[in-house]
Design a protein around this ligand. Sequence first.
Ligand SMILES: [Zn+2]
Length: 152
Amino acid sequence: MIMSSRGSACPRCGQATVSIGEAVPWCAACEWNLDTFDRAGRAPEFGWAWIDRGTYRLAARLTRQQYAALVDRPLESSGLGLAGVATAVASILLTVGVVALAATGVWMLFAFAFPNLAVVAGVAMIGLAVALRPRFGVVRDRRPGGRVSAGR
Ligand SMILES: [Zn+2]
């Protein structure tokens, strides 16, 4: 990545503008022209210039807002939060559902006199519960030469 000075001055602050290759020049001091859509320097995303320009501006605006929200935040975790609590509650409910499915399947095996059709439904419920069981502790390292850090 080669950044070069174009020799032109920023109209906002007067500093020299910079550019990468043939991209639109921007100001490193005040970020003037940094969010300008450069159609020639970008691969088309949707193929229509007005949609690509709109999504580019939307992404630039959201990135600026996220940066502003995160810039003064401490590096430590801020806790579980609403999304974390909702995820934990949903996970617990799903796990309870899988356990209830397995328990109902076992109950159907022994609740009625053998043989009956409830055995087939019970085996199917137990098989589905086994297929839906939670799987813990697998974190794959995606770096080159990475390994699985914990097996199951
Ligand atoms: Zn500037």
